[in-house]
Design a binder for this molecule. Structure first.
Ligand code: ADP
Ligand code: MG
Length: 280
């Protein structure tokens, strides 16, 4: 296995190796008021790969992410990050191990963009680092195309700008396991591709990336594996080619889906069927 060249700064654990387990959930369940929001899900995400989690609204994607990150405690089963139970981590150790971009970030105090991104560095306070804090923050701002907003107040930003600043904060945190919940929901086409390329880049450098998406085409283009969730259960998990079939997706979304190839390539094109629609 290839050891990561990147400096991890934190002395708490050795740098993860590509192929090592980033996060492993075993038979996790979570219920509210007798309803199973997540039910018997087992999933392993390794360093060096992107796993995209998809499924209809309310399928339990954000709840599953909460269980994987330690924000929620499973009622059943267990979750380990870097082969250590989540309950064995201090908050700071966890923040050095895994970064979380929640589905919505509420910050009403008028912190500047620069301050918000610097908050991502808090877990590293007092730890040795090869790079200066300024360098790390500047890189995260540049990678997410928000450097020009550095002095702006966060609450004054547009939804898409906020989303990119929140991502910059998570990137600056530098944790080797990343959880991103619909990071592209508010983004335009270019910034959507940028974010997925960034995720791809982080995985190439050895991070384990779990990303909740709605866009099947994005998931098929960028993820190594796709996990499909329905009513809290994992209905399929595997490489896009294997998972993205018309019958599986049509059943999952309750709407007919066509799976084609981009002309001249083997790239998957996944489209809702519109036969019978206004243009038919
Ligand atoms: P997804 O992210 O796939 O859209 P969520 O994980 O957010 O779905 O939610 C799964 C289901 O659980 C939804 O039906 C949602 O309404 C419900 N749910 C989530 N959190 C709570 C809660 N705190 N109390 C009651 N129901 C909840
Ligand atoms: Mg959600």
């Amino acid at each position: 296995m290839r050891l990561l060249a990147r400096n991890r700064t934190a002395a708490l654990a050795p740098a993860p190796e590509v192929g090592a387990i980033g996060v492993r959930a075993e038979d996790v369940g979570y219920a509210i008021a007798g309803r199973n929001l997540v039910d018997g899900v087992s999933l392993t995400v390794r360093h060096g790969e992107i796993v995209a989690v998809l499924g209809p609204n309310g399928a339990g994607k954000s709840t599953l992410l909460g269980l994987l990150t330690g924000d929620l405690t499973p009622h059943h089963g267990s979750v380990r990050i870097a082969d250590r139970a989540l309950s064995d981590y201090s908050q700071r150790e966890l923040a050095l191990r895994r970064g979380v971009l929640p589905q919505s970030v509420t910050l009403s105090f008028p912190f500047t963009v620069d301050e918000v991104v610097r908050m991502g560095r808090a877990p590293h306070a007092g730890l040795p680092s090869e790079e200066s804090e300024d360098t790390i923050v500047a890189r995260a701002l540049a990678e997410t195309d928000v450097a020009h907003l550095a002095d702006r107040a966060y609450p004054s930003l547009s939804g898409g700008e906020r989303a990119r600043v929140s991502l910059a904060r998570v990137l600056a945190q530098g944790a080797p396991v990343l959880f991103l919940d619909e990071p592209t929901a508010a983004l335009d086409l270019k910034h959507t591709e940028d974010v997925l390329r960034l995720a791809r880049d982080r995985a190439r450098r050895g991070d384990a990336v779990v990303i909740v998406l709605h866009d099947l085409n994005l998931a098929a283009a960028y993820a190594d594996r796709i996990a499909l969730l329905a009513q809290g259960r994992l209905v399929a998990c595997g490489p896009p080619e294997q998972v993205c079939t018309a019958p599986v997706l049509s059943e999952l979304y309750g709407h007919p889906v066509e799976v084609l190839r981009r002309p001249g390539t083997d790239e998957l094109l996944i489209l809702p069927s519109r036969r019978g629609g206004p243009t038919a």
